[in-house]
Design a protein around this ligand. Sequence first.
Ligand SMILES: [Zn+2]
Length: 254
Amino acid sequence: MQIKFLGTGAAEGIPAINCDCQHCQRARAEGGKLQRERNAILFQLPDYNMLVEVPPNTRGLINKYQVNNLQGILATNATYGYIGGLKEFEYWPTPLDFLAEPSLFEMIQVEHWTERLDEIMFAIPYYPGAALHFGQFSMIPFAARRRQPIFGMSIKAGEKQIVYASSTPGRLTNYARCLLTGADMLIVNTPTFKPPKEDHITLVEAIELKEQIGVGQLVLTHINHNNRPHDELDAYVRQFPGVVVAYDGMSLEI
Ligand SMILES: [Zn+2]
């Protein structure tokens, strides 16, 4: 399994527009890993390439990383930063699957679905706790939030298990905790560095979680401008074996 991080920023991206915080100023001046497009991850699974999240700048990401072989798109969240680029696929030349939980799909349809997309995409509903089998791999979705339709996904291919927790709060359900336990890789959205942040797990809490549940590798992504710049985060996580801070364009193999 190969995983490519096309974008690793939170809703605002870095630099955020019209922001003169230190982090955004440095990102504008120095570029490189300090700049983050909004979160999008390409999972290269057996015979199935799946894009998870389609942020507003999806067109730019697809062109930059030359994503030309895609079978499915998976949505975990209906907010603009996650799904705002869906209409870019109106002109995609091949048929695509679109995976979303039904209430999430309903929300997406209100603002982001078009007749043209309906021609290209075959909507496949997923349900928390119900495995989706794709022959050589399988996925189990789980609810990440209590009141909003936001979902994580546990993917198993061969002996390897990867979990993408999406925008989970620090307080996971016991069910999600069971699914995460012992995963080979856990990818978590950690916009900010440390608590307090009730609606969202922080970077420090995600590292604690890794220790508690025995995950092989922890990948931190969806970083916002209130979090530390990439070089500082990179230096910080070096004291924790198996923790990686994602950057735009990073590829991992598992
Ligand atoms: Zn800023």
